[in-house]
Design a protein around this ligand. Structure first.
Ligand SMILES: *Cc1c(COP(=O)(O)O)cnc(C)c1O
Length: 244
C-alpha cells in the first residue's frame, strides 16, 4: 500500500518535471526533443531507481563512484544509461571507465588520459562534457572559460573519449545572475562548436549543453540547455551521503 503511494509520487514528480520542460521549451520556441531529462539518483536506493524507470526514466546521474557501482550492478537487467556527474578522483576512474556511458564533470587532463586508457576498446568511447567553473568560484570544480580551447584541443586527441559538450553548476545566486551564467555557457558552447567544424571533425558530435537543476531548469532551457539534471524534484529531499 505504502509502496504504491510512493510509486505514484515518483511518477507524479516526473510528470511535473516533464511538464515544466515542455512549458519552458514552448516559451523559448525550442523543440522539447532537444532537451534530455537526466534523473540524478545520488543517495537514492535501487528501489527508487526502479520506480523512476517504471515511470519512463532511462538516464541516471550519479556523483559517487562506489555507491554508483553497487547500484549499477544491482540494476544490470534494466536498459539504463549511467552518467557520472560528480568530482572525479583519480583512484575512481576505473569504475567510471567500466560502468558509465557519460561523464559530465571532466576538468583535468590527467583524469581524461586515465579514462581513455582504461576504457576497453570493445566499449563505445566514453562521452564527456567539460565542466566549466562559470562563476569563478574558489572551491568549485571545473576549468576556467579561458582554458577551454586548449583543454578541448587536447581532449579530442584521446582515442577512447568522445567530446560531447559542456557542463556547469552555477553559484546559487539571484535569478538575474543565474541567467547571465547560463548565457555565458551558451556562448562558450557555441565557441566550442565553432572550434571543431563538422567538415574538419566529422567524427565529433558536440551537441550537449548540460545545465539546469531542480530550481533553475527553466532559466537553463531559455539559454540553450540540452540536458537538465534533476534530483530533488524527482525523488524528493535528499538524505545525507555517508561514504564513498
Ligand atoms: C545533485 C546534483 C544535481 C541535482 O540537483 P537537484 O537540485 O537535487 O535537482 C544536478 N547536478 C549535479 C552535478 C548534482 O551534483
Amino acid at each position: 500500500m505504502l509502496k504504491t503511494v510512493c510509486q505514484r509520487k515518483t511518477a507524479n514528480n516526473i510528470a511535473k518535471v516533464r511538464a515544466r520542460i515542455q512549458q519552458a521549451a514552448r516559451e523559448n520556441a525550442r523543440d522539447v526533443k532537444d532537451i534530455q531529462l537526466l534523473a540524478v539518483s545520488k543517495t537514492r536506493s535501487v528501489e527508487d531507481i526502479k520506480e523512476a524507470f517504471a515511470a519512463g526514466i532511462s538516464d541516471l546521474g550519479e556523483n559517487y563512484a562506489q555507491e554508483a557501482e553497487t547500484k549499477i550492478k544491482a540494476l544490470g537487467d534494466l536498459p539504463l544509461t549511467w552518467h557520472f556527474i560528480g568530482p572525479v578522483q583519480s583512484n575512481k576512474t576505473e569504475i567510471i571507465a567500466r560502468h558509465f556511458t557519460w561523464l559530465h564533470s571532466l576538468d583535468r587532463l590527467k583524469i581524461a588520459e586515465r579514462l581513455s586508457r582504461q576504457r576497453q576498446p570493445s566499449q563505445a568511447p566514453l562521452n564527456v562534457c567539460i565542466q566549466i567553473n562559470i562563476d569563478d568560484e574558489a572551491a568549485k570544480s571545473g576549468i576556467q572559460p579561458a582554458e577551454l580551447p586548449a583543454f578541448a584541443a587536447e581532449l579530442v586527441t584521446l582515442p577512447h573519449l568522445s567530446l560531447r559538450g559542456l557542463m556547469a553548476i552555477p553559484a546559487p545566486v539571484s535569478q538575474d545572475q543565474l541567467k547571465c551564467a547560463f548565457s555565458r555557457m551558451r556562448t562558450l558552447f557555441q565557441a566550442l562548436q565553432q572550434q571543431f567544424p563538422k567538415q574538419q571533425y566529422p567524427q565529433l558530435n558536440i551537441d550537449t549543453l548540460s545545465m539546469g537543476m531542480s530550481a533553475d531548469l527553466e532559466l537553463a532551457i531559455a539559454e540553450g540547455s540540452t540536458l537538465v539534471r534533476i534530483g530533488t524534484d524527482i525523488f524528493g529531499p535528499r538524505h545525507e551521503h555517508s561514504q564513498d
